[in-house]
Ligand binder design. Structure first.
Ligand code: IMP
Length: 202
């Protein structure tokens, strides 16, 4: 088990889907995890122009605000046929009068693609780990696949029901969380982070 200061870790997100996945990924490594919302940390504005810039900005803000180590994710779905959109704007594509709605975001993507036969897409995640003294380290993961329409499955979050990873018959929305964790963009970035930090289970 970890002890003392290096055991407590803030998961720097207000997104419940990400919070759940990041807590599940961190679970085996013996951290005492707390979400940014539970600590009343403000959600910083994502003013960066890249996934790395936004992940680092969120991790640094949470580490500074809490005095603890903080892990942030910036992620999104990149669609080459749409010039890389929604990309870093993936959360924004869900915004509307009643707040964020990913059914609407998925419809916007489907409409923008129209009858374009190129349905390729990838999810990208940058995980940034920051310390209260301002140090930060970042790691990237990707998973490639195809966008399907209509969406299938009600597991996961965000764009999961319209994303079918290469080599699989189901969408992320239809997969068990453990199956998604084996291949997801976030899991790949997390494996790199664990290797670089030398974290061990238990
Ligand atoms: P942000 O990183 O908070 O700017 O938000 C990224 C957005 O990308 C999320 O709100 C989701 O809509 C989408 N996204 C990121 N990762 C995933 C995933 O694993 N599944 C589905 N959607 C995702």
């Amino acid at each position: 088990m970890r002890s003392g200061a290096d055991r407590r870790l803030v998961i720097a997100t207000h997104n419940p889907g990400k919070l759940k996945e990041m807590a599940e990924l961190l679970g085996p490594y013996g951290f005492d995890c707390v979400g940014a919302g539970a600590l009343d940390l403000p959600e910083p504005e994502e003013t960066g122009d890249s996934f790395v810039a936004n992940a680092e900005l969120k991790a640094r803000a949470a580490a500074r605000g809490s005095g603890l180590m903080a892990l942030a994710d910036d992620s999104g779905v990149v669609v080459p046929a749409l010039g890389g959109e929604p990309g870093i704007h993936s959360a924004r594509w869900a915004e509307g009068p009643g707040g964020r709605d990913f059914r609407r975001a998925m419809e916007r993507v489907a409409r923008a693609l129209g009858d374009n036969p190129d349905r390729r897409a990838y999810f990208l995640s940058v995980l940034s780990l920051a310390w209260p003294d301002g140090r930060v380290r970042s790691f990237e993961g990707r998973v490639h696949g195809t966008l399907v329409w209509p969406p299938r499955g009600d597991r996961g979050f965000g764009y999961d029901p319209m994303f079918q990873p290469d080599g699989h018959a189901g969408t992320f929305g239809e997969m068990e969380p453990t199956a998604k964790h084996r291949i997801s963009h976030r899991a790949e970035a997390f494996r790199k982070l664990v290797a670089a930090m030398g974290w061990t289970r238990g």
